[in-house]
Design a protein around this ligand. Structure first.
Ligand SMILES: Cc1cc2nc3c(=O)[nH]c(=O)nc-3n(C[C@H](O)[C@H](O)[C@H](O)COP(=O)(O)OP(=O)(O)OC[C@H]3O[C@@H](n4cnc5c(N)ncnc54)[C@H](O)[C@@H]3O)c2cc1C
Length: 410
């Protein structure tokens, strides 16, 4: 049993927590930093299981926090990855309308992208076919984003952890089952040890609402998990897109639709996905693993109400995306982008992730933007959805701009 003191304790060693630790050091805001992680190694959840796309910033409403941090964060992370020689595929991205009536959405995306400082170009079908001969645009137009890139997320997480460790950040891994005593600025670990802190930052990803509630923070929010399954093109498949190929998304919901993404391997594997199907548990990656029946039932009720009220155009999400875990529907979605894809070209990928989408019970809506709330001697990052991986360095700075005046050291 031991008793530690730390200026700042960060709950959760995902990309957001790691970048917060990095920026606390860079800005000289704290020197004694502890990252408390429930898993025995980092990267077991979203930060190690995502598509690895460094988004260029096209999707986000100008003025939103996502828009503020995505473009700048992507540039910073890309430079960080390049400086270390970690895998990076600078392959760009092309967005195509899968139905003619979606064509005007390309203009919306181009306007948003330009307003957010991202580079975009309109392409005609000949330009699209030059890059991906089998691709199709329902309207003959496509939007090209040259600055989108792909990394291997787990290599990023592990390298950043290694560097932070070398700079003195303490990682306490394999530590589930702790309790918070906010009035004493103290955490009690399962083995009886305690950590006294000056400030606590909750970046617990899929569990962030559960960590926040004992601090009296965000009680009208809960996270809804959506499972993202991936398929991939078989190695010998004659179709191998060399760039990201995305559909025009429904900008009312936070999912981008099933897309083709080449990996950052020397011989890229092209994944197709992720799907966005309500999950039976926040960590229910496979089968019956980590199923939470009570939570699942409550969430289904919430989602049924969203559907019936068609809040935020929710019905379109259900009709177009909720059932894509079914292989024939996934194939159909893939064929909207590349009609010649056949069932024999596809195999299920080992990759699977779960997205935590914050639901606001007061407004009865899904939260679309990042949300960071202050608490007693603490800060709670409640909705670190995509593109939080891309934006992580810039997002960490934004969080610390708000939190640092409230920080007292232990
Ligand atoms: C399928 C999928 C595809 C995605 N694709 C992209 C993409 O291409 N580009 C992009 O920018 N973003 C993408 N995202 C989003 C991105 O992965 C997340 O926004 C980002 O990783 C969030 O990081 P985080 O640190 O907040 O969460 P996490 O990576 O989930 O980290 C949270 C950590 O907290 C730990 N933790 C939880 N509870 C506790 C507790 N009680 N005590 C201690 N530790 C705890 C967890 O074990 C975990 O390690 C995708 C997400 C998914 C799921």
């Amino acid at each position: 049993m031991s008793h530690f003191k730390s200026d700042v304790v960060i709950i959760g060693g995902g990309m957001v927590g790691l970048c917060l630790a990095h920026q606390l050091l860079e800005r000289g805001l704290a020197s004694a930093i502890t990252v408390l992680e429930k898993e025995s190694e980092l990267g077991r959840h979203s930060s190690g299981r995502n598509s690895g796309v460094l988004h260029a910033g096209l999707y986000y409403k100008p003025g939103s926090i996502k828009a503020q941090v995505c473009v700048h964060g992507a540039r910073r992370l890309r430079v960080w990855v390049e400086e270390r020689g970690l895998p990076l595929n600078p392959c760009g991205k092309v967005i195509v309308p899968q139905r003619p009536e979606l064509d005007s959405q390309l203009d919306v995306l181009a306007e948003r992208g330009s307003a957010n400082g991202a580079r975009v170009e309109f392409w005609d079908e000949a330009q699209l076919r030059q890059l991906i001969p089998e691709a199709r645009s329902a309207s003959g137009r496509a939007l090209w984003s040259p600055n989108t890139a792909v990394v291997k997320p787990i290599t990023v997480v592990w390298r950043l952890q290694q560097e932070l460790r070398e700079r003195g950040v303490v990682f306490l891994e394999g530590r589930p089952g702790w309790t918070a005593v906010p009035e004493h600025r103290q955490l009690r670990l399962a083995d009886g040890s305690t950590i006294a802190y000056g400030h606590l930052i909750n970046s617990a990803g899929l569990q962030a609402d559960r960590v926040a509630h004992p601090f009296g923070v965000g009680r009208h929010y809960s996270l809804l998990p959506f499972k993202g399954l991936y398929w991939q093109l078989k190695r010998g498949c004659p179709i191998q897109p060399c760039t990201n190929l995305y559909p025009v998304p429904d900008l009312n919901v936070p999912f981008l639709g099933v897309h083709f993404t080449p990996s950052a391997d020397p011989a890229p594997v092209v994944s197709i996905g992720p799907t966005a199907t309500p999950a039976w548990g926040r960590e229910n990656y496979r089968g019956l693993q980590a199923v939470e029946p009570v939570m699942a039932a409550a969430n289904l009720t919430v989602l049924a109400r969203q559907y019936l009220g068609n809040r935020g155009g929710f019905r379109r999400y259900v009709h177009e995306q909720a059932f894509l875990a079914l292989p024939p529907l996934l194939l159909r979605a893939a064929q909207e982008l590349i009609p010649s894809v056949r069932p024999e070209h596809l195999e299920l990928s080992q990759k699977v992730g779960i997205r935590s989408q914050l639901f606001n019970h007061a407004t009865q809506r899904l939260e679309d933007d990042f949300l960071c709330l202050p608490g007693p001697a603490s800060t709670h990052v409640l909705n670190a959805i995509s593109p939080a991986f891309t934006a992580s360095f810039a997002l960490a700075d934004l969080i610390l701009d708000e939190a640092s005046p409230r920080m007292a050291l232990a």
